[in-house]
Ligand binder design. Structure first.
Ligand code: PRX
Length: 572
């Protein structure tokens, strides 16, 4: 147990006294003021006397290291903002960041926001088609990328009339650039010491994160600059980050955890954070913690289970005694993993629950609260959360009964809409509650217990993938007639993608074809979306109106009751 006094008082005290105004006050924000996330995370921290404090310790996959102070953050984000403005990009235009976890991604995030543009981070492992869908929907004006990802952007440029600028952050002039491509080197560009930060207000759009649903294309969850009020205080209370901490959030900023808590949370608190731009390997991770003396570690269940699988012996090779606080997000954190972490690190991984749409942690375990392994904990003070009846959407009073997780709207980092899709956004609210789309129950002590999602979205290793997007990609394969995609259980990733496919007449399935189709999806979408298994079938279960019933296929994979199949047209 840590001797550090905690940032948060006991849960009981906090729940009775918490107000979001506390966060506003600490950040120096008064209603109606200018508020810009880029400025709050760099210039404001420098004004607090921390200009020379380390903000970012970055390590690449071959062990190379770069370090940036808060003054570097301030000047380099100015440099990027100045560059963006110089290209003629207007406030409100969408600027995509499509890069690995390089420093330009983190500092570029602040820079784009300082320019007044909306930042659209996208996972660099996305293939051309995943990229196209999201850039086309947002009508994105500019994209920052790396040489290695440039071919994916070039591939789709002809279909993106709005995309005017491709900015390459590591161009080495070995090949000529094409029209609308430009090289920009953050570390060697002339530093801009003073920049007129865009005077955004609380409701000015800031970040656009794409998230997958059951049907239709991925949706752009639109955040505003005021979200920092939630992200700052939840990072402070739940992740307990303090001035002398060395913080590590393992998430990629292509996803919301990597921005809310991998950029804004730490830097708005003026805390040093580490980034490891390398794939997962237990030894590399432990070495990273030891080397940088990481104290607070925010990770995900799939990574924790993967570490568990590597065993306890390897842990003994490293000095991990710097760790004082651990938290997890993204998928159910099983009790075994929580108990294991206490055994090997002397600390529980505290489970936190939230979504792209909520922008901040909404249900969680807290430093001074009793841990019930397997439970997501209790609502963050300032958030009213409950479970509601699946049909009436009325809160369920009886303890232990499963309902849908529902939140009272109104906290600062709630998304304001889905980009160009107000109808779907409105559809998320029922009976005055925002519905998360997840099922849970609440026990007699007020702890939430996750049960499952309420839709067909697949959560693989903490990343949501939409079955519709994968099914559409599958249908583009010349030999595929029909497809249905569901999650199937997996011991490490919780779920992996499984596709059921009917082939065009006369096609005989074999192993080669299976591999070819898998690769086809990986290239178009991403490795996450690639089916780990394909089952070739003669027909798919459908309703009488012809809709494929994924529910039936999913139930079979999970060994669950199929439920009402009275509308089923055919037998599998
Ligand atoms: O289904 C829940 C699951 O991840 C979903 C949100 O995914 P996304 O918008 O990509 O954001 C992920 C990171 C904030 C939720 O609707 N989820 C998230 N945290 C947990 C979880 N499921 C169970 N336990 C959690 N702690």
């Amino acid at each position: 147990m840590s001797n550090h006094p905690r940032n948060m008082r006991t849960y009981e005290e906090e729940i009775n006294n918490f107000k979001w105004e506390i966060s506003c006050k600490e950040l120096g924000y008064n209603e109606g003021d200018v508020i810009n996330i880029g400025e709050y995370c760099s210039d404001r921290i420098c004004r607090m006397g921390k200009a020379d404090k380390l903000a970012l310790i970055w390590e690449g996959h071959s062990g190379e290291e770069k370090r940036y102070t808060f003054n570097d953050l301030r000047q380099l984000s100015n440099t990027i903002a100045h560059f963006v403005r110089g290209l003629g990009i207007n406030p409100g235009d969408r600027v995509c960041l499509f890069m690995d976890k390089v420093p330009e991604l983190y500092i570029g995030f602040l820079g784009v926001l300082k320019s007044g543009a909306i930042v659209q981070p996208l996972f660099s492992a996305f293939g051309s088609e995943s990229l196209l869908t999201r850039l086309d929907d947002a009508k994105t004006t500019a994209i920052f990328t790396q040489k290695k990802h440039l071919p994916k952007v070039r591939n789709i440029l002809k279909d993106l009339p709005s995309l005017k600028h491709i900015i390459i952050v590591d161009d080495d002039a070995s090949k000529p650039l094409r029209e609308c491509e430009v090289a920009f080197h953050m570390d060697t560009a002339e530093r801009i010491d003073h920049f007129d930060v865009y005077p955004s207000k609380a409701e000015t759009p800031s970040v656009l994160h794409y998230t997958s649903g059951t049907t239709g294309k991925p949706k752009g969850a639109q955040h505003v600059h005021y979200s920092i009020i939630s992200q700052y205080i939840t990072a402070k209370y739940v992740l307990d980050i303090q001035d002398d901490d060395i913080y590590w959030c393992t998430a990629d900023p292509g996803w919301v955890t990597g921005t809310s808590y991998g950029i804004i949370g730490a830097w708005s608190n003026g805390v040093t954070q580490c980034v490891l731009d390398a794939g997962f390997k237990a030894e590399t991770w432990y070495k990273f913690i030891e080397k940088h003396k990481i104290t607070v570690w925010y990770s995900a269940p799939t990574a924790i289970r993967a570490l568990m699988k590597e065993g306890n012996e390897i842990i003994k090779k490293f000095d991990l005694s710097s760790l004082r606080h651990l938290a997890s997000v993204g998928e159910p954190l099983n009790a075994e993993a929580v108990i294991w972490s206490k055994e090997v690190f002397g600390l529980y991984f505290l489970d936190t629950f939230w979504q792209t749409e909520t922008g901040c942690i909404v249900v969680s375990n807290y430093p001074e609260m009793k841990v019930k392994p397997g439970s997501m904990g209790k609502p963050f003070p300032g958030i009213t959360a409950t479970v509601v009846d699946l049909n009436t959407h009325v809160p369920i009073e009886k303890k232990g009964v499963v309902g849908m997780i529902a939140l009272k709207p109104g906290w600062p980092s709630m998304i304001r809409t889905y980009w160009n899709n107000e109808v779907t956004y409105k559809g998320k609210f029922k009976n005055g509650w925002y519905l998360c789309g997840d099922r849970a129950s609440i026990d007699e002590d007020g702890y939430f217990w996750f049960v499952g999602r309420d839709d067909d979205v697949i959560n693989t290793g903490g990343h949501l993938v939409g079955p519709f997007e994968i099914e559409s990609a599958l249908l583009e394969h010349p030999l595929v007639a029909e497809s249905a995609v569901v999650g199937k259980p997996d011991p490490v990733n919780m779920e992996v993608v499984k596709a059921f496919i009917t082939l065009k007449p006369g096609t005989v399935p074999d192993k080669m074809l299976e591999l070819e189709i898998m690769n086809f999806v990986r290239k178009k979408l991403s490795a996450l979306a690639m089916p780990q298994e394909i089952e070739f079938v003669d027909s798919l279960p459908k309703t009488r109106s012809g809709k494929i019933m994924r529910r039936v296929l999913r139930a079979k994979e999970w060994g669950e009751e199929i439920g009402d199949i009275s509308t089923l047209e055919n037998d599998m």
